[in-house]
Design a protein. Sequence first.
Length: 210
Amino acid sequence: MRLILLAAPGAGKGTQAEKLSEHFGIPTISTGAILRHNIQEGTELGKIAKQYIDGGNLIPDDVMIQVMKDRLSQEDCKKGFILDGFPRTLTQAEALDASGIAIDAVLNLEVEDEAIVQRLSGRLECKECASTFHKEYRKPKVQGVCDNCGGELTTRADDKPETIKSRLSVYHTQTEPLLKHYVEKGILKSVKGQDAIEDTTKAVLAALED
């Protein structure tokens, strides 16, 4: 299974990617996690990425394309993968098409902007493994501690309300044209996000098996 997840920031891509990774036994490739790791390590890529992320903007296409080409060439992607956060623009999608990598399905997770702002304001992320939790909807077993690795949970700088609104504006402008691209390719499947994570997962699996 080679799958792309599309959704506005905060719509639940990361959570559903984890569920699908377990179900299909394939890795989730999160561009956000890759970039934040580089930011923490202070790499050249990290320095470039930080300037854009702090402003609520997308990383330039040429940077992201190279990052993903390197990642998808690794051994653990040979049997399939889930792309979370790539492609985000038509240029990136066309570059992926040109790479010769066949995509089985593109899942579009639909959530209203108002609900996204509410979700993101309470989101928590592990500093170590980038697992996501929420103060209301997905509480960790121990407050401030990641269930998966025991790392510290923090609120991301780009989850401030003004930054969230900027990110949503960027998404609607630059990423939604991807929907038309994948409709034309006949591989787009849209699912409405539900209040309960488990209900969304059921809807996602049903769409992929349809």
